[in-house]
Write a protein that binds this ligand. Structure first.
Ligand code: HEM
Length: 360
């Protein structure tokens, strides 16, 4: 843990896993504030605080994390994954990041607002502000959409229309880019580590033979042991959210350190994910390291505490399903295997992973 200045503010950089855990679990001392609540809407999960946040979070969690929701979502996302992969093979050479962004957005459109690919969706993909405007302007028949139905609890209680719209926008904003980045990094690592690809292919061919051309479900995914290790390893090494921000509401003492009131905190998650004390040969893409769970507090790709990622099960499941369709049907090669990595705003190779892509 050390002091510095970031963008003109006094700040503390936190690397220690125990202090990161303490900060994330003490939201009353280090509140979480979303930078652009006016864009996502004040009724969204990311903007809400206190009791309101807990209630919204319970609704959203049930709608995207329970096994029944994951089974439903799994079936819903696969047609667009299958179509996208087929179209990449027809093109032959593609920029993986651009393509997975498109595929992810098509699935988000289908999932949350029952929207099919088309010109409006195209406009939204190209323009982020347009995306937000578009979601708001979309004539969503709220009472009819599957997602609106999902945002009710067992007793029939539901969120009001504004809360539903803001929660949809919040989920799109929070979930779109990280999901696309995770798929892009998975493609990159598999192209670089052929032994991992071979093991993944074997497991997924066995699943494919059992399913006899049916789509796989969330329950199938939980049985795909090696695939789930590839997902965990992708998330660890890709460091899609390398750090998190908080600021102190009051002076806090922890383990003999004083964190002054008003100072910014940068919680450096990547430090632990790439630390050889916790992960042997940390820069190697080795899914087998997940034969044992990580030491508590050292693997925080989805944050922690009351603001941990509500989409974590959804993104793990979606990534596993994407890997399934990718490896059973296609092969790819990096055009620039030594491309440099750009670290801001999210880590990615500067060529956005240009690949030669074809059917097996
Ligand atoms: C690989 C993909 C993803 C990664 C790495 C990721 C990472 C994270 C992290 C680190 C946080 C905590 C932020 C903080 O404490 O400052 C977070 C929060 C959040 N994420 Fe994700 N996320 C992913 C996918 C998704 C998806 C697919 C959704 C929704 C569909 C989503 C929705 C959210 C929301 C709503 C929050 C705020 C939760 C709250 O305030 O209670 N994320 N995410």
């Amino acid at each position: 843990m050390y002091r510095t200045h970031l963008f003109g503010y006094p700040a503390v950089i936190v690397c220690s896993s125990s202090i990161i855990k303490f900060v994330l679990q003490s939201s009353h001392l280090f509140p979480y504030t979303w930078p652009n609540s006016e864009l996502v809407g004040y009724n969204s999960l990311t903007a809400a605080q206190g009791e309101r946040h807990s209630t919204l979070r319970r609704f959203v969690s049930v709608s995207i994390s329970q096994p029944s929701a994951l089974n439903r979502i799994s079936i819903l996302v696969q047609p667009r994954m299958v179509d996208s992969l087929r179209s990449w093979a027809e093109k032959g050479t593609v920029i993986a990041f651009d393509e997975v962004k498109r595929m992810t957005f098509e699935n988000i459109g289908k999932l949350f607002i029952s929207m099919e690919p088309g010109p409006l969706l195209d406009t939204m993909v190209h323009c982020f502000v347009g995306l937000l405007k578009g979601v708001r302007a979309q004539p969503i028949k709220l009472p009819g959409t599957a997602y609106h139905y999902a945002l009710q609890d067992g007793a029939g209680n539901k969120l009001c229309d504004e809360e539903v719209i803001d929660s949809i926008i919040g989920l799109v904003v929070a979930g779109y880019e990280p999901t696309a980045l995770a798929s892009m990094w998975a493609i990159y690592y598999l192209a670089k580590f052929p032994k991992v690809l071979q093991k993944l292919w074997e497991e997924n061919m066995a699943v494919s033979a059992k399913k006899n051309r049916e789509f796989i479900t969330g329950s199938d995914v939980s049985e795909m042991k090696y695939t789930n290790k590839v997902v965990e390893e992708t998330l660890r090494l890709a460091n899609i959210s390398p750090f998190l921000f908080r600021s102190g509401d009051k002076e806090v003492e922890f383990q003999g350190y004083i964190i002054p009131k008003g100072w910014k905190l940068l919680l450096w998650l990547r430090y632990n994910h790439s630390n050889s004390e916790y992960f042997e040969d940390p820069l190697c893409f080795n899914p087998d390291r997940w034969n044992k769970p990580a030491k508590p507090g050292t693997f925080q790709v989805f944050g922690g505490g009351s603001r941990s990622c509500v989409g974590n099960m959804l993104s793990r499941t979606e990534l596993a399903i994407f890997l399934h369709h990718l490896v059973v049907g296609y092969k790819c090669e990096l055009i620039n295997p030594d491309a440099k990595i750009d670290y801001l705003p999210h880590p990615k190779p500067i060529d956005r992973v240009k690949i030669a892509f074809s059917k097996i």
